[in-house]
Design a protein around this ligand. Structure first.
Ligand code: PXL
Length: 250
């Protein structure tokens, strides 16, 4: 059977653990056909990021046009946006981006700054599933004193279809959907290999939406998938820093 087509609009991680590379592995593992629009090239490994090259906005637009003109994209994940003009571009295309999932990537796990809040700001008012971690949520609401449920409610009020704030505690996420806030409790995995877990989570949500799941079902399935991928990569020893997940562990 022909798989559903899912698109990632994100940055490349030369180390293979996060960004476009994590997204495409997640798509393949969960049964989607992956397409990609590269917004930035990062030079990095498990220890950190050594260079970032944003792709010019006209080249990002050309990739987007090429994919959408020919392939029946049914879900889209947006990750690292290296340039505010690219954020504007994606927002201007949002009506043609079905089942939009936005992971507002700001800082890598290693601490490297990957994008500015201004780059993702144009997308916050679009009907997307927004998946910030706790620190990104605090930066986007520009009020670190709000509780995690308050941050989720605030962000949902801007126009998102749903908001999932990840990692409010270990393996605990907060989902805001249709005016209701829920706590999602997962199983903590004791591992240092968590590089790319946020990318993997948002990509898995996109695939499940592409397969027809309602948002809360897609979010729970994605959380389960990330847990399995973390558990499956626990014993891996790849690189001297936080290593990648095992996307094909099930
Ligand atoms: O996990 C956030 C992220 C997103 N995109 C790229 C990254 C990272 C983290 O390192 O490198 C390209």
């Amino acid at each position: 059977m022909t798989p559903p087509v899912v698109l990632t609009i994100a940055g490349s991680d030369s180390g293979g653990g996060a960004g476009i590379q994590a997204d495409l592995k997640t798509f393949a593992a969960l049964g989607a056909y992956g397409t990609s629009v590269v917004t930035a090239v990062t030079a990095q490994n498990t220890l950190g990021v050594t260079a970032i090259h944003p792709i010019p906005v006209d080249v990002v637009a050309a990739q987007l046009e090429a994919v959408l003109a020919d392939l029946p994209v049914v879900a889209v994940k947006v990750g690292m946006i290296g340039d505010p003009a690219v954020g504007e571009l994606i927002a201007s295309w949002a009506d043609r981006l079905p089942n939009l999932v936005v992971d507002p990537v700001l800082v890598a796990t290693s601490g490297a700054r990957l994008a500015e809040t201004a780059s993702v700001a144009p997308l916050l008012t679009r009907p997307c599933v927004l998946t910030p971690n706790r620190l990104e949520a605090a930066a986007l609401v520009s009020n670190p004193d709000l509780s995690v449920p308050e941050m989720a409610e605030h962000l949902a009020g801007l126009g998102a279809r749903a908001v999932v704030v990840t990692g409010s505690e270990l393996a605990v996420d907060v989902l805001r959907f249709e005016g209701v806030t829920e706590t999602l409790r997962g199983e903590p995995v004791d591992t240092a290999n968590n590089h790319g877990s946020g990318c993997t989570f948002s990509s898995a949500i996109a695939v499940r939406l592409a397969l027809g799941d309602p948002v809360p079902v897609a979010v729970r399935a994605a959380k389960r998938y990330v847990t399995d991928a973390l558990a499956g990569g626990r014993e891996w020893r790849l690189g001297a820093g936080p290593g990648p997940l095992n996307h094909f562990a099930f």
